[in-house]
Design a protein around this ligand. Structure first.
Ligand code: NAD
Ligand code: ZN
Length: 377
């Protein structure tokens, strides 16, 4: 590649400060250093976690930053020490790395790699990015930063995928779909014949519905305050739709009455501590399992201890419990084999220049996923 070893000047959407529209800027992307991979991003989508950083978790130290973490692209060049990836490979960047060496990577119990950005920095942005703009360093979001024509990612956070995969579709496997699907299948471990409830029907919640169905759930109750989400939920396998706003009693009581005591599995895919509590309280005593998938680090949650004493289990799930380098290529294959749906999540197609429109659509509940073309395939 003619660009290997050189600084690339390219277009990116920069979040200069919280609560402001992103600005399309020309940025410089430095060459990959040891163990790093520079990726040409072909397609990227907006996830609620991007909105959380921009509008909800507005700490000054998180800016200026290049957001975006749900994407697919092509390797442009690699740094010293990289042997597994080559220029031209189709890849999906991972917001949870898989170093394959730490105690967590070696355990089948978790995907929480010790080297992941969340463990290293405990904030959403890594300070050691390869991005500069107008002489200023830009932070890297969740180790990925995909609202850019090029990004540099550590090789332990890259999944190499089937060359036949359409990048403008499988980009969604970089976050939302794997997160929801895996939360049902890997974390909740939904059982055949069970009754489930999924709170929040964005891409994450709809993928959780799809995961519950794949695991053999017989009844899947989809819960959202936006009635427009009902039809989509049916596409992914929901058997019932409940809008909490249609009821005067608490949603947990509504679900308890519908299911003779509560659901076997519930998944919170909103990122709201009140909903997390409702999801737990919607589970049946004795064996109910509730999984927190929605993201927030603003508030503490609360619940009555008796909820757990009575036999319920409360768990959390990041990226659906998937070890990304191993599992994402398998999920891409499952899509190519028509075993998981991806196209059905895409409601809008845009270009990176329209990123603020894509953000507005999500903010107002008007989309499931907007896929933005960043560079030609
Ligand atoms: P989204 O905005 O597309 O969907 C959220 C849905 O929740 C919307 O349909 C909204 O109407 C609904 N909702 C809001 N308040 C509700 C309430 N009180 N009761 C029921 N439904 C309600 O978001 P998304 O992209 O699908 O992401 C969902 C959540 O998952 C976010 O918090 C996001 O940050 C988080 N997330 C977590 C991980 C992880 O690894 N744990 C990964 C990706 C996203
Ligand atoms: Zn996400």
């Amino acid at each position: 590649m003619a660009t290997a070893g050189k600084v690339i000047k390219c277009k990116a959407a920069v979040a200069w400060e919280p609560n402001k529209p992103l600005v399309i800027e020309e940025i410089e992307v430095a060459p990959p250093q040891a163990n790093e991979v520079r990726i040409k991003i072909v397609a990227t989508a907006v996830c609620h976690t991007d909105l959380h950083h921009l509008f909800e978790n507005t700490k000054e130290e998180g800016f200026p930053v290049v957001l975006g973490h749900e994407a697919a692209g092509i390797v442009e060049s690699v740094g010293p020490g990289v042997t597994e990836y080559q220029p031209g490979d189709k890849v999906i960047p991972l917001f949870i790395s898989q170093c394959r060496e730490c105690q967590f990577c070696k355990s089948p119990k978790t995907n929480q790699c010790e080297k992941a950005w969340v463990g290293r920095h405990n904030v959403s942005s890594a300070p050691d990015s390869r991005f500069t703009c107008k002489g200023k360093k830009l932070l890297q979001f969740t180790g990925t930063s995909t609202f850019s024509e090029y990004t540099v990612v550590n090789q332990m956070a890259v999944a190499k995928i089937d060359p036949a995969a359409p990048l403008d579709k499988v980009c969604l496997l970089g976050c939302g779909i794997c997160t929801g699907y895996g939360a049902a299948v890997n974390t909740a471990k939904v059982e055949p014949g069970s009754t489930c409830a999924v709170f929040g029907l964005g891409a994450v919640g709809l993928a959780a519905v799809m995961g519950c169905k794949a695991a053999g759930a017989k009844r899947i109750i989809a819960v959202d305050i936006n009635p427009e989400k009902s039809e989509k939920a049916t596409v992914f396998g929901a058997t019932d739709f409940v809008n909490p706003k249609d009821h005067s009693e608490p949603i947990s009581q509504v679900l308890s009455e519908m299911t003779d005591g509560g659901v076997d599995f519930s998944l919170e895919c909103v990122g709201n501590v009140e909903v997390m509590r409702s999801a737990l309280e919607s589970c049946v005593q004795g064996w109910g399992v509730s999984v927190i998938v929605g993201w927030t680090d603003k508030e503490d949650f609360s619940a009555r201890p008796v909820q757990l004493i009575a036999g319920r289990t409360w768990k959390g799930s990041a990226f659906g419990g998937f070890k990304g380098r191993d599992a994402v290529p398998q999920m891409v294959k499952a899509y190519l084999d028509k075993k998981v749906m991806v196209d059905e999540f895409i409601t809008h197609n845009m270009t990176l220049d329209q990123v603020n429109d894509a953000i507005e659509l999500m903010k107002h509940g008007k989309c499931i996923r907007t896929v933005m073309t960043v560079s030609p395939q």
